[in-house]
Ligand binder design. Sequence first.
Ligand code: 6PG
Ligand code: NI
Length: 184
Amino acid sequence: SITQPPQVAWASGQFTNGPLIRKSTRLQNLTHVFMDEKAWLACDPQQIVYDVEMVDSAPIAGALYTGVTHLQPGKVGDEYFMTRGHFHAQREQGEVYYGLRGSGLLLLQDEKGTARLEPVFPGSVHIIPGFTAHRLINTGNDILSALAVWPCAAGHDYAALTQGFNLRVVEEVGRVQLKEYHHD
Ligand code: 6PG
Ligand code: NI
C-alpha cells in the first residue's frame, strides 16, 4: 500500500500532512535567556520568539524526530532573538540542522564551554556532534527557518546551561557583533 508522508515546503519550512505537533515559545517563557534583563522586562511578554513544528512519532529506541524551528526576527536590547538552546539529555546524541530560509547563526558549545558559530542560510547543512549544546540565532530581518532531525531518545537538558552560552550575538551600530559573556 502507499501512504502519504508528511511534506515540507523547502522555501518556507511549512509542513502539511502530519501527524504534527506545534509549540510556541514566547518572551515570557525565556526567563534569564537574554543578557539585558531590563530590556527583556520591557518587552511584550506574549510576543512569540519561535515556533517548532514537528512530525509526531513514537519515541521508541532508534526512532528519529524531524521538525522545523521558525525563529522570528527581533532583539531584546541589542541581543538578537534566539532559541533557548540545550544539550541533549543523552549527551552523546547528535543532530542535523538544515537552513531553509532567512539568515542567522548556529551557536555550538561543547562541555568545556568552547563556543563556535556556523552561518545558517537556505541549503546550509549543520552536523551537530554529540556532547554539544546548540542554539539558533536570527541575525536577519526575516523569519529564520531550519529543519532538524534528531533521535527521539536524545531528550533535552536545559538546566545544564543555566549559566548560559559563553558567546553572545548583538547588533552594534547596525552590525552583527560577537561578545564573550560569562554570567556572574
Ligand atoms: C531538538 C532540536 C530542536 C529544538 C528547537 C527549539 O533537539 O529538539 O534541537 O527541535 O528543540 O530548535 O530550541 P530549544 O529546544 O532550545 O528551545
Ligand atoms: Ni537538539
